[in-house]
Design a protein around this ligand. Sequence first.
Ligand code: PMH
Length: 383
Amino acid sequence: MSAENYYRDTWAEVELSHIAFNIKQLKQRLRPDTGIYAVVKANAYGHGDIQVAKKALDAGAERLAVALLDEALKLREAGLTAPILVMGWTRPEDAVIAAEHDIAVTVFQEEWLESLPDLKKPLRLHMKWDTGMGRIGIRSTDEMDRLLAGIKQHEKLKLEAVFTHFATADENDTFYYNEQVKRFDQMAAYLKANWPDEVEMHTGNSAASMRFPEQMKHFVRFGISMYGLYPSPDVKEEQPIDLKPVLSLHSRLVHVKKVNPGDSLSYGATYQAKKEEWIGTIPIGYADGWIRKLQGFEVLVDGKKHPIVGRICMDQCMIKLDKEYSLGSQVTLIGKQGNEKVHTDDVAGYLETINYEVPCMLGRRIPRMYLENGHKVEVENSL
Ligand code: PMH
């Protein structure tokens, strides 16, 4: 269920013009003949897959990439006709549905080809090469031989592309990255010698595509940096392109009170006021993905940082205010207020995780408000 209204004082803002800005920055660095897959898996890293996909295609991405067939079908149901690739494993019996909707799938197992049902429509295949990620993909030219032979046997199958994924493209040390590039190039040379048709190639994620644009093949797969986040602290420092964060997270004070010295807050009564303190309550909690480990993290009210105090509850948490604020005052958990900002990287650092995880954690219970240059264009409440 998806609605255009919501009745709670917590929301995420998704500034679509920044998607376009980030794509433009990358395009300026890529060779003119390198295209872009907008990676919109996992609900576009939590940002909203349909809205982001539309914007990315408008802004110059040619194609879409997702992890699961279900995600691809959702995009088709929303009327998106651009080429879509499922980068993860698809069940062979579901290849019929993929073909019906003209969705390209990833192939890397001989048994998979053998157990394909009869296809009425052509099916586009991307062969995955495991050059060092160790996740999915073939690792040898023997396996490639067997897959190529299998593909030849099915007249409905078309080998559209081959691809690989880098494990360390976001690190300063490029040794392992270069090993993967070498391995890919060897396999590509073998393919060229053993397959008559032209086959597309794509290797780069955000880190590789912005750091080594001249090495990119026909396409790159642009994920985290399309959302305005650098893939790692190393790349953030190197800053090969300028990026604008797309997502911000906001709430409002729904209760403000003065507590006395010794008064306790929240589950476990673990926080005790040392003196008279102003405490605000905001309607976001761990069920929204604002997890308990964020206790102590500082959020913005009135352009100033204020810490979350006491345990974070399922739907609410408390912040210690520097003075009394009126009900409804805006609280920014990720984003800017005045001269202060809380970056997604700050949340990731506090949680000792990567920035990718932060927008993905934000639950569907948080409505997404879509903006174009600060103006609201759409609201989606997919609770
Ligand atoms: N291609 C593949 C196969 C991926 O798995 C990902 C991201 C991307 C491209 C985009 O990478 P980027 O976001 O760094 O640009 N996949 C994942 C993952 O599986 N875990 O974290 C990111």
